[in-house]
Design a protein around this ligand. Structure first.
Ligand SMILES: NC(=O)c1ccc[n+]([C@@H]2O[C@H](COP(=O)([O-])OP(=O)(O)OC[C@H]3O[C@@H](n4cnc5c(N)ncnc54)[C@H](O)[C@@H]3O)[C@@H](O)[C@H]2O)c1
Length: 427
C-alpha cells in the first residue's frame, strides 16, 4: 500500500484517485476548487461518471480516500504525486502548460525526498524532461503514465485497461510506478518518458483520424449510393481494422481529440516535421461539422427566412454517457446554425442549464418540448433514450416531420413508416 497524492479532481483525477484507493492505496485528492472539495467531502460527485459515486463512497468509508484544498497539503507526506491537471490548447494549437508550472512551483520544496511525480495528464513530448528541470530536485524523478480512460466508461477503463504505459528514465522508478497497479491484470509497457508521452498523443490522433476517415467514406457513400453501416460492418470484421471507432457522426470533438491532435501537429512542427496527414484530418473534421449543419439547414422550408425557422437538437454533450460539453461536436454544429439566425432548442439528459458559449440556444426540459414547432429534429449525440421516444407524438408537435440523424441512431424504415422524411449519415 502506497501513500498517493492526486493533484486535480476532474474526470481523470477523481477516477484515478478513487480507483487507486480501491486497489488498496491510501489516497488524498487535492484541487484548487474549494467548492469541488466541499462537495466531495459531503459525498457529492461533481461529474457524471457511472460507478464513480459508489467507488468514492466505499473508499471514503474504508478511510482510504481523503480530499483537501491545494496540492501542498496532499503532497507533503506522499510517496507518489499523480498530476491530473488540465492541459488546454493555446490559440496556436500548442499545449498550455500553466497548470503544471503552477502546481510544480507549489509542491517542489515540500515533497518528501525520493518521492515520485507521475504525469497522468496528456502532455506533449519532452514535458517530463522540462518539468524535471523546473523542479530542480535530483532526488525526485518525473514519470509519464498517461491515462487512456474514456469518459462514460472511466472507472471500467481504469480498472480494466487494455494496457498500462509507464515511461521513466530509470527502470527502478518505472517498476515502482508499475507496482502500484499490481492488482490489475494487463500488459505493462515500460519505456522512456518521451515514448510514453508520444504513445498517448499518437493513440488519440490515430482514433481521431480513424473517425475522419469513416466520415469521408460516409460522404462518399452518399454520392455513390452505398450504405456506411454495411461498409463499416464489412471492414470492421477484419481484425486488422477492428470495429471500434468506425461509427460515422457529425464530426469528432470532446475534451481530448481536438487539443491532442493539434498539439501533436505542433510538436511535429517544432522539430521540423510536417505532419500533413494529421493536419488534413483536423481540417476535414471541421468540414464534416459544417456539412452536418448544412444538411440540417437544407431542410428548412423557407431558405430566405431563417429567422422563422426552428431546429430542435437532441443531444448536446460530446458523446453519450457523459455530462462533458468541452469541444462538443453538437455545440459546434449549433454554433453554425445560430450564425445563420435560425432558432435552436436543444435537449440533453445531462444538461440542465444554459450553455455559456451559446447564449441564444434554448434549453428544453425534454425532447418533446425541444421538438415543439420545429422544422427539423437533429440528433447530434447518440443517447440511447432517443431511440425510445414516442415519435408519433414528436411528429404531431413538429411544424414539419423531418429528422436529420447525424449518429444513425434510428432506423430509417421505422421513421419513414411514422411519416418522417429521414436523413442519416452515409446512407
Ligand atoms: N477527460 C478525459 O476523458 C481524459 C482522458 C485521458 C486523459 N485526459 C487528460 O487528463 C488531464 C486532465 O483532464 P480532465 O478531463 O480530468 O480535466 P478537468 O478539467 O476535468 O480536471 C482538472 C482539475 O485540476 C484542477 N486544478 C487545476 N490546477 C490545480 C492545482 N494547481 N492544484 C490542484 N488542482 C488543480 C482543476 O480545478 C480541475 O478540477 C488532461 O491532460 C487530459 O487531456 C483526459
Amino acid at each position: 500500500m502506497a501513500d498517493i497524492a492526486v493533484i486535480g479532481a476532474g474526470y481523470v483525477g477523481l477516477t484515478t484517485g478513487a480507483c487507486l484507493a480501491s486497489l488498496g492505496h491510501n489516497v488524498t485528492i487535492a484541487d484548487i476548487d474549494e467548492k469541488k472539495i466541499q462537495d466531495l467531502e459531503a459525498g457529492k460527485i461533481p461529474i457524471f461518471e457511472p460507478g464513480l459515486e459508489e467507488l468514492v463512497s466505499t473508499a471514503v468509508s474504508d478511510n482510504n480516500l481523503h480530499f483537501v484544498v491545494g496540492a501542498r497539503s496532499a503532497s507533503a507526506t506522499a510517496q507518489f504525486h499523480f498530476l491530473c491537471l488540465p492541459t488546454p490548447p493555446k490559440s496556436d494549437g500548442t499545449t498550455d502548460m500553466q497548470y503544471f508550472h503552477a502546481a510544480i512551483e507549489e509542491i517542489r520544496e515540500i515533497i518528501p525526498p525520493e518521492s515520485i511525480i507521475v504525469n497522468k495528464s496528456t502532455l506533449p513530448v519532452g514535458s517530463a524532461s522540462n518539468i524535471q528541470n523546473l523542479l530542480s530536485r535530483k532526488d525526485v524523478e518525473i514519470v509519464s503514465n498517461p491515462e487512456f480512460l474514456s469518459e462514460g466508461n472511466a472507472v471500467q477503463d481504469f480498472l480494466n485497461p487494455a494496457r498500462i504505459v509507464v515511461g521513466a528514465e530509470s527502470d527502478e522508478t518505472a517498476t515502482k510506478v508499475a507496482a502500484l497497479y499490481s492488482k490489475i491484470d494487463t500488459p505493462i509497457v515500460l519505456t522512456d518518458a518521451a515514448s510514453a508521452e508520444l504513445t498517448k498523443h499518437t493513440a488519440n490522433a490515430f482514433l481521431a483520424m480513424k473517425l475522419t476517415f469513416v466520415n469521408e467514406i460516409a460522404a462518399l457513400c452518399e454520392l455513390v449510393g452505398a450504405n456506411i453501416t454495411d461498409v463499416t460492418k464489412g471492414i470492421g470484421l477484419d481484425p486488422r481494422i477492428g470495429s471500434s471507432y468506425l461509427q460515422p457522426g457529425p464530426g469528432w470533438g470532446g475534451s481530448c481529440f481536438p487539443k491532442d491532435s493539434s498539439s501533436l501537429v505542433q510538436t511535429a512542427k517544432r522539430v521540423g516535421f510536417d505532419f500533413e496527414l494529421l493536419e488534413k484530418a483536423i481540417d476535414r473534421n471541421q468540414i464534416h461539422l459544417e456539412r452536418t449543419a448544412k444538411k440540417i439547414m437544407d431542410e428548412l422550408p423557407d431558405k430566405n427566412a431563417h429567422k422563422d425557422g426552428k431546429i430542435a437538437v437532441l443531444g448536446l454533450t460530446f458523446k453519450a454517457g457523459t455530462d462533458d460539453l468541452r469541444s462538443s461536436p453538437s455545440l459546434a454544429v449549433i454554433g453554425y446554425l445560430l450564425a445563420e439566425d435560425v432558432q435552436v432548442a436543444g435537449y440533453d439528459p445531462m444538461v440542465f442549464e444554459a450553455v455559456e458559449e451559446l447564449e441564444e440556444l434554448d434549453i428544453a426540459s425534454d425532447s418533446y418540448q425541444a421538438a415543439l414547432g420545429a422544422d427539423v429534429l437533429a440528433i447530434l449525440t447518440e443517447w440511447e433514450e432517443f431511440t425510445d421516444l414516442d415519435f408519433g407524438k414528436i411528429r404531431d408537435v413538429m411544424r414539419q416531420p423531418v429528422i436529420v440523424d447525424a449518429r444513425n441512431l434510428l432506423r430509417r424504415r421505422d421513421m419513414e413508416d411514422q411519416g418522417f422524411r429521414y436523413i442519416g449519415i452515409g446512407q
